[in-house]
Design a protein. Structure first.
Length: 193
């Protein structure tokens, strides 16, 4: 029991070191190839043509998977935590996904009804061709369907169906998007972002 506790503590300290290095040492460098190299080295899966802009905050890169031609805006938060026993946490982002600046995607939160305020970890899945506007918040356990649009500042607490346009706090459907022929590419990332 004690050995298991020590192992968990050492693992947590190592993960804090990795997170700090990715934030302070890698995230500030204005070269996409440099950042991608270190994110992949830390265990993140990043598809061809995808880029993460500067100052992206990453929690547990080992459980983050990003598809092809996806752009993550500056100062976004990507939470890949999956540390609890039996946890299903982790973050999966599809192909051709556009995530704007300062979006927060969380896979871990506290159970406010638990006397010990225990952590809950649930996976977040973002399907292909999704657009998430600036400063939106995606909470644990959410799946965002193909081609969905999340308006700026929305707080997503429940699954979003394919092609839905949602906004507000909490996010509610405000429209639909035709997703029958989505086949665009997002283009190249800016050099020094």
């Amino acid at each position: 029991m004690m050995l298991k506790k020590i192992k968990r503590r050492l693992s947590a300290i190592w993960l804090e070191f990795v997170t700090g290095f990715l934030w302070w040492g890698v995230g500030i460098v204005p070269i996409h190839h440099f950042r991608r190299f270190f994110y992949r080295l830390a265990g993140m899966k990043i598809g061809k043509g995808s880029t993460l802009h500067m100052f992206t905050r990453i929690y547990d890169p080992r459980h983050i998977r990003i598809g092809q031609d996806t752009i993550i805006g500056e100062r976004a938060v990507l939470d890949g935590r999956r540390q609890l026993e039996g946890s299903k946490g982790g973050l999966t982002i599809g192909n051709h996904v556009d995530i704007a600046s300062e979006v927060m995607i969380w896979t871990s939160e506290h159970d406010i009804n638990d006397p010990g305020f225990k952590a809950i970890e649930e996976p977040v899945v973002i399907k292909d061709y999704v657009f998430i506007g600036p400063r939106a918040i995606i909470l644990p356990g959410v799946t965002i369907g193909k081609g969905a649009v999340v308006a700026a500042g929305a707080v997503v607490t429940k699954d979003i169906s394919a092609g839905s346009i949602v906004g507000g706090v909490p996010a509610k459907e405000i429209g639909k998007r035709d997703i029958s022929n989505l086949n665009y590419r997002l283009g190249r990332a800016r050099w020094f972002q």
